[in-house]
Ligand binder design. Structure first.
Ligand code: S3P
Length: 731
């Protein structure tokens, strides 16, 4: 990522950054800078292998570097800026790790007049009671939050690069306004440190101190642990952020006064209320914390290998969602075979259980759904949590808009950032009442409008099967007809499955129409293998010499087979065998044999038909001879991650010439190297970079692979069985 990184202040934090950068291969060389009195520390850092070298002259330290990290105490930052000012360079990205951000910004303004646009203020929320370079370790930042507080003029490219750097160190990065950062940190970090220091100071000065400490046990130790932190550093932090901290101290004093008064007056009930509220609030915090800190999974992929043998990849995700939805609303019992037992589809299943539907299974992909009829859903007792699944949230918003009860739909971090206006706006035109955040994202607060929805004739601005399906499901509860016209064909599983359940839908060219006049009659469903999961193997076998693979029972609905068409245009050798229709959906076995690929201009009409397969198709393009160009795919920017940017960043790290554009990418085929890439929590990105290992020349580490479980939990075992050397590490 960087050629040469310079760290000013090689202590616990600076040293741990150096160790992380080295461990994850993020900089070719790492140097330190310090003053004469820092020499023993810098010597120790060099001796421990934390830095390659150090300098006492700033000009020498800056030579050849492309990133500089200021890791000194916040009080020293201004003098560091002054030291750097004469040599400030646009070729270098500057960043810091200060615990207070306004003071750092002010220091920069003081020295430079205006904060330079290539300075990225950042704060890793990580630390330890120990200090000094001897205490540093490479995974100090693993699963820790890191906050970047960009200003209006801060260069976006540099922000992205620093974000990437920290994500590759294992941090969870968020962006925040400077003032908000300081206010949040004052409450969650600075005030607790002050309280711990104050309590130990007060008790320590009491005459009977030895007695007190003798009997102090776990509670005292837990509460005061942070009073073991570096006193000078904390003095500096508290002074730098005093304007935020002082009001909090005043509030704390009032709270203590209140408790004192309750005790004076034996107000046991009110005292209990305060303690009980705090107890549940802390539990909420712990749940959130543990959620954030849940195990992280890394795929380590050895280069080379080939894919050989036979496999049946898991069931289709889109159809699995829809089987639960329509099976639940049907009259009678629906048996489902081939259901995808992965987190996304299971989230939909749980949502319907929460709305009173009895569903048996899944056992080996089989489910029995006891349909409750179109009007039979019950109000859930709590919000419906839909994990990572955009399909669940968008389809459910349509289905729930016309119910006689209210619902709240929530999701994980990725889903909570995805655009929901594309469904809430047309639904509002039908009379739905759905509130989103200001940004138009989840949580969605749906006030059921039973009997009040009206059909509309909607021309979709983007080609989206989720929007189309959402409106069709709402149309089942609306007065009159609801029609959706799509700008290009998108997957039609909803329409096919509705017909399979005997519900009338009318297709006229690109327009599909539904009304409330119909009933769903239970029907058995056989879900074929997901072509989107098969795609990893279609590409893997196409790029790895010696591969020969048979993928059984894959769904080849013509609205989903863009990946086969694109790979064939690139020269892939894919045979479609044994074509048949199962439960209203075309199915086949796909035989794929290695074949050299060539770059192409991907026809735009194939984009919606391969929309989920582009991450892995980018890998195919990286292995092809010549240039591949994708355009008309701006939808990729709002998937589980920004798949254009994230893939381009990762491919570049692997040495591939991949240039992102607003609506696609231009990739120059060539050699794939090794390196550490982040999937940004996106299942398809994680699997795509793993597949790249088949043609890489060095090992690839893919970080943040937990979400592979949303669509393909068996991926790691299957890909290993077929011939890729992948190790899955948990930490
Ligand atoms: C899906 C539709 C597509 C696709 C998603 C599943 C569906 O999304 O990317 O993975 O099941 O309807 P869009 O409708 O946003 O294109």
């Amino acid at each position: 990522m960087f050629e040469r990184l310079c760290i000013i202040g090689v202590g616990l934090i600076g040293g741990s950054i150096a160790r992380a950068a080295r461990h994850y291969g993020l900089s070719k060389s790492i140097v330190g800078y310090g003053r004469l009195e820092d020499v023993p520390n810098l010597e120790a850092a060099k001796h421990l292998g934390v830095i390659d070298d150090y300098y006492l002259q700033i000009e020498s330290a800056l030579e050849g570097i492309d990133c500089l990290i200021i890791a000194t105490p916040v009080a020293a930052v201004e003098s560091i800026f002054a030291l750097l000012k004469p040599y400030w360079s646009q070729q270098i990205i500057y960043t810091d790790v200060g615990s207070t951000k306004l003071s750092v910004i002010k220091a920069a303004e003081h020295v430079f007049g205006k904060v330079p646009d290539n300075f990225i203020p950042a704060h890793p929320i990580a630390g330890a009671e120990q200090s000094g370079v001897e205490a540093c370790f490479y995974d100090l930042f693993l699963n820790r939050r890191l906050i970047i507080t960009p200003l209006k003029n801060t260069q976006t490219n540099s922000i992205r690069k620093i974000q990437n750097f920290w994500e590759l160190c294992g941090s969870v990065v968020s962006m925040m306004d400077v003032n908000r950062h300081d206010a949040v940190l004052a409450a969650t970090s600075h005030l607790p440190h002050i309280l711990a220091f104050a309590l130990v100071d007060m008790l320590g000065h009491k005459d009977e101190q030895s007695e007190i400490f003798k009997y102090a046990a776990g509670g005292f130790r837990d509460f005061t642990r942070i009073a073991s932190s570096d006193p000078a550093m904390w003095r500096d932090i508290c002074i730098a952020n005093k304007s935020e901290i002082i009001p909090l101290i005043q509030q704390t004093r009032m709270q203590l006064d209140k408790i004192e008064c309750l005790l004076e007056n034996d107000k046991d009930q009110q005292l209990l209320e305060i303690f009980a509220y705090a107890n549940t609030a802390r539990q909420r915090f712990l749940n959130q914390f543990e959620g954030n800190m849940s195990k992280s999974i890394t795929f380590q992929v050895q280069p080379g290998g080939r894919l050989q043998g036979e496999a049946r990849v898991p069931g289709d995700k889109s159809m699995s969602h829809r089987s639960i939805m329509l099976g639940s609303l049907a009259d009678g019992i629906t048996h489902v075979k081939g259901f995808l037992e992965a987190e996304d589809a299971l989230a939909t299943l749980q949502a319907f259980r929460d709305m009173g539907v009895e569903i048996e299974g899944p056992v080996d992909g089989c489910l029995t759904i006891h349909g409750v009829g179109k009007q039979g859903l019950k109000a859930p007792k709590k919000e419906l949590y839909l994990g990572n699944s955009g399909t669940s949230m968008r389809l459910l918003s349509g289905l729930l808009a016309g119910q006689s009860f209210n619902t709240v739909l929530t999701g994980d971090k990725s889903l909570s950032g995805r655009p929901m206006k594309r469904v809430t706006e047309p639904l509002a035109a039908m009379g739905a009442d759905i509130k989103t955040t200001e940004k138009g994202t989840a949580p969605l607060y749906i006030t059921g409008q039973a009997g009040r929805l009206k059909g509309i004739d909607y021309v979709m601005p983007m080609a989206s099967a989720q929007v189309k399906s959402c409106l069709l499901l709402a149309g089942m509860y609306a007065e009159g007809e609801t029609s959706v016209t799509e700008p290009a064909p998108t997957r039609d599983h909803t329409e096919r499955m509705l017909s399979g359940f005997s519900y009338p839908v009318r297709q006229e060219g690109s327009k599909v129409t539904i009304s409330a006049n119909g009933h769903l009659i239970a029907a058995d469903i056989d879900v074929p293998s997901d072509i989107s999961s098969a795609a990893f193997f279609l590409v893997g076998a196409s790029i790895a010499p010696g591969s020969d693979l048979l993928l059984k029972h894959v769904g080849i609905n013509p609205t989903r087979t863009g990946v086969i068409d694109i790979l064939r245009l690139m020269g892939a050798n894919i045979e479609v065998l044994n074509q048949r229709v199962v439960g209203g959906e075309p199915v086949a076995d796909l035989h794929v044999v290695y074949s050299p690929l060539k770059g192409i201009d991907i026809p735009e009409e194939l984009v919606p038909l391969a929309i989920d397969e582009f991450p892995v198709l980018f890998v195919a393009a990286a292995c092809a001879s010549g240039q591949t160009r994708l355009s008309g795919a701006e939808e990729l920017r709002v998937k589980e991650s920004d798949r254009i940017q994230v893939m381009a960043d990762g491919l570049q790290i692997l040495g591939v010439d991949a240039q992102p554009t607003a609506d696609g990418m231009v990739i120059q085929g060539g050699l794939i190297g090794g390196g550490v890439v982040s999937s940004h929590g996106d299942h398809r990105i994680a699997m795509s970079f793993s597949i790249a290992g088949l043609r890489a020349h060095a090992p690839i580490t893919v970080l943040d692979c937990e979400n592979v479980n949303t669509s393909f939990p068996e991926f790691k075992d299957l890909v290993k069985r077929l011939g890729l050397a992948l190790i899955c590490e948990q930490s």
